[in-house]
Design a protein around this ligand. Sequence first.
Ligand code: G
Ligand code: G
Ligand code: MN
Ligand code: NA
Length: 254
Amino acid sequence: LALTDGLRKALEGNQFSLAYQPKVNLESGRMFGVEALLRWQHPQRGNIAPAQFIPLAEENGLIIPIGEWALREACRQARAWQDAGLPPLVVSVNVSARQFDDPRLVERVAEALAWSGLCPQWLELELTESMIMRDTAQSVAKMRQLETMGIALAIDDFGTGYSSLTALKSFPISRLKIDQSFVRDLAGSADDQAITCAIISLSHQLDMRVIAEGVETEQQRSFLQQHGCDEVQGYLYSRPVPPQRITAMLLGEE
Ligand code: G
Ligand code: G
Ligand code: MN
Ligand code: NA
């Protein structure tokens, strides 16, 4: 209850920020994008993890204004990097089920782009299987609207939900994100290796790119590269960091 109360005040109190985690192309070794991840600095309790407050915000609907703030802030930051003359990055923003169901989602995304001046080709939304598989016809319609605007769509945590492969084919998705649970024991688990290779193959068969999350070791990276994975994200490259650190990376300072 206390936490919910705090959440209500957090937006006006400027207690949210975004951390950014690099996404790296395995062929070129270059950072091509970043995932924006919410951070909440509570005045008394300090940092509160998204795993704690996002479910709460989903429940009480505060995820709508909080998610809108995150979307706008990520677009603003991506445009600011471009205005500083840095190589453009695709910025990925997580969308939760309640946000996806919001009838105003498409309008809010369009507004965030217009407000920030970011071209749609530099924005990607990360959706989950569960949220788009519930009502596939309606999801396709909504995703087509977003695609028509020119933004990219990815499926997050892929392999952990139930995807109908028939539905998957009909969605305008440009990227699958292999869930980190399959990457964790990649070096030692034949099952996880098989699943990972299957997801890579499925992605390419469906003309999508594929990124692995939670890559922490050189062994994992090398397996993924050898098996044709396009991109990686994880502590091996960088933890989620404040935007200034991304700026420094783009400048080649770190
Ligand atoms: O940053 P961390 O690794 O702890 O993220 C935990 C979870 O919080 C992830 O599942 C992520 O998708 C979710 N999350 C992080 N930032 C956002 C956000 O801006 N909006 C939504 N809806 N979820 C987010
Ligand atoms: O659900 P989603 O994929 O949006 O959330 C990503 C989460 O994974 C964030 O909480 C982020 O901090 C975390 N994360 C990112 N890279 C790694 C990694 O290499 N290892 C681990 N254990 N977690 C990671
Ligand atoms: Mn994500
Ligand atoms: Na994920």
